[in-house]
Design a protein around this ligand. Structure first.
Ligand SMILES: CC(=O)N[C@@H](CCC[C@H](N)C(=O)O)C(=O)O
Length: 379
């Protein structure tokens, strides 16, 4: 009854074709429910919460609950992979590998729906990892309360690791992030009369430049941080002075203290620009649940030991990464471990060309089935 490689490949290709933006994963949820309905249901209980799906696997002699979290949302990216199973949703793509994540989760669930564990297991198919802290939302609305896991685990694909390799580390795996949304408002006017207007292209450009000094001048060089401004919209035509500029970006840091320090510098610079350019700034710094992903010492030691002991698993000790994950929130509430699953690609996460190696699915399922069986017996 456990899903076969051919079935998992088909599931992956189907999911790849129906990417949806966070909190709108209706088709994805319907597809997941359809697949889950094909598993033996004897010890499964399925619950829907908006676009999230929670599945409890009731153990034979439960003492604890082991949690597995997968994210289900996609990105507003126009796919350019040329794959025969390309996204059917214009402007949307699984460019962060959540289609692989879901396939691994379904494979794992199909195994434990057939082989009953001793302890309970909770499978959380979570929306909105990319845009709206889906994990934090579910936790805070009490969706996990009845089935709260004692430990929680999750993975993320890694294009830079060989297919199926497992990458992990003690301590921080992923950075904490914080979105920057800055809107500058001045006075529009004719290009020929700058003295009668208040140009937000110039104010915005100064903001972009001054932000570059944060990492070079305000971050301890022994530590690290990133501030990327990925979006700048201002103006409509070359001979009109723009009265507004919208600039969006993201902060990354490996500790919450550093994240907050950088947030404060962004705030101060934005206010300084507003003062010196005599304009208004509306600044929204939004961290949500994107805390640093801090792996728990106990669960991570057990996980790494299992990975290293199995000759069929390629285990790699990885460095912390500046990618973010709203798993950071769940892992701040529930002890657990996150790890990378290699998908061997020349492209980065979020690239319109990303086409993860599908061979990673079986290997991810094998690694986690092995670990969960050992953990289930040990606790
Ligand atoms: C793995 C990955 O790429 N995660 C996203 C998480 C989004 C964080 C948030 N929306 C932000 O932009 O700060 C990432 O961009 O790292």
């Amino acid at each position: 009854m456990t899903l076969t490689t051919a079935e998992l490949t088909k599931i992956y290709q189907d999911l790849h074709q129906i990417p949806e933006i966070g909190l709108k994963e209706f088709e994805t949820q319907a597809y997941l429910l359809k697949v889950i309905a094909t598993f033996p249901q004897t010890w499964l209980t399925v619950k829907k919460v908006a676009t999230a799906t929670l599945v409890l696997v009731s153990g034979s002699a439960p003492h604890k609950t082991l949690g597995w979290r997968t994210d289900i949302d996609a990105l507003p990216v126009q796919e350019q992979t040329g794959l025969p199973f390309v996204s059917k949703h214009a402007g949307m793509m699984h460019a962060c590998g959540h289609d692989i994540h879901m396939s691994v989760a379904l494979g794992l669930l199909s195994y434990f729906a057939t082989e009953q564990p001793k302890n309970n297991m909770l499978f959380l198919f979570q929306p909105a990892e990319e845009n709206a802290s889906g994990g934090k939302r579910l936790y805070e609305m009490g969706a996990l309360d009845d089935w709260m896991p004692d430990e929680i685990y999750g993975l993320h694909v890694n294009p830079q690791l060989p297919t199926g390799a497992i990458g992990c580390r003690q301590g921080t795996l992923f950075a904490g992030t914080c979105e920057i949304h800055a809107h500058f408002s001045g006075k529009s006017g004719h290009a020929a009369y700058p003295h009668l207007a208040n140009d937000m292209v110039v104010a915005g450009a100064q903001f972009v430049n001054q932000i570059q000094t944060i990492v070079s001048r305000n971050v301890d060089p022994i530590q690290s941080g990133v501030v990327t401004l990925g979006q700048f919209h201002a103006g409509t035509i070359g001979n009109v002075i723009s009265g507004s500029a919208q600039i969006d970006g993201t902060i990354r840091a490996l500790t919450q203290v550093m994240n907050q320090h950088i947030q404060q510098r962004v705030r101060t610079i934005a206010e300084g620009i507003a003062l010196s350019y005599d304009c208004q700034v509306d600044l929204d710094l939004h961290q949500g649940g994107y805390y640093p992903v801090e792996n728990d010492p106990t669960t991570t030691a057990a996980f790494i030991k299992t990975m290293q002991a199995d000759p069929a698993i390629e285990y790699v000790e990885t460095e912390p990464a500046m990618t973010g994950e709203d798993f950071g929130f769940l892992i701040s509430k529930i002890h657990g471990t996150m790890f990378w699953l290699g998908v061997d690609q020349p492209y980065q996460l979020h690239s319109e060309h990303l086409a993860p190696h599908v061979g990673a699915i079986d290997k991810g399922i094998y690694a986690m089935t092995t670990y969960f069986k050992q953990r289930d017996a040990a606790i």
